[in-house]
Design a protein around this ligand. Sequence first.
Ligand SMILES: [Zn+2]
Length: 262
Amino acid sequence: MITKPPVIEKWQKKNKFGRPGTPLTAKKIAIHYTGKADVEGWRTVSYFNNVVANGYKVNGKYIYASSHYVIDLDGTIYQLIPTSEICYATNSANSYAIAIEVATTGPDNHYTDKTYKSMVHLCAWLCQYKGLDCKKDIITHTDVVGKAYKLCPIYMVKNPDKMAQFKLDCWNLKAGKITIDNIVNCTAPHKTTTTIPKLIKVIQDVNFHNAPDFKSSSVVGVAKVGEVFTVVDIVFRSDTNMYKLKSGYYITASTKYVQKYR
Ligand SMILES: [Zn+2]
C-alpha cells in the first residue's frame, strides 16, 4: 500500500467559476502543465483561488478554470478542490477526471526531480484510492482535446515515450515494485554511454522495443530490475542511445535504467 503523499490544502471557496460543487466519480487522472517554465506552481494556486474564483474577465468573458491539484517546482503538492467534486481543467473530461496542474522547468518544459517524484507518488496513490489502472487511466489534457486544440502537458505530448515511462513508474510504485526513493526522473537530461558493454543489468524497470525508437507503438515488453542482457550493438540517437540486444529487441542505453554488467 502506498501512503498518501503530503498535501497542502488550499481549499477553494465554492464558486461558479472554479468550484461549482458538482459531484465527481473519478475515472481518469488528467495531467496538465501550468504553461510557463520555471514559474512556481503556487502562483497558479493563487490565480485560481484568488483571481478566477472571484470572477475574472479576459476580453470581456469570464474565465472558468480550476484544478484539483497543483504540483510545484520544489515538489510541493497543493490541493484546491476535493476529488469528490468536479473542477474546470480538462474540457469534456471534467465530468470524470481528476486534474493535476504541474509546474515545469527548462526550454522543453520537463520536470524537476522533486516535481517528478511528487507526480508519480500522487498519481500512484490516486489510482490506489480511486481503484484506477495507472497504465490506462492516467491521461494528458491533449488526449481529451486533441493536438490542434492544445499541447498539454507539452513535454509529455512531444515525448510520448516519457509519458509511457511515467505511467510505468506509477504502476510500479502502486504494485510495490519500486519505492518512492527509487523513482528516477525520466524527463531530466540523460547521461548515456557510448561504449558497448557485453552485458547490461537493469537497475530500473524499462520498456523493450522492437525498433530503435522510444515510441509506444514499438514497446514489446518490460525489462525488470536485476535482469541481465547480452548487448550486440548500439544505436546512436539524438536524444538517448539504445542498445540492440541478442534477442533483437532494443533498450535504452541510459545509465539511469541499465548499467554495464561485464
Ligand atoms: Zn491542460
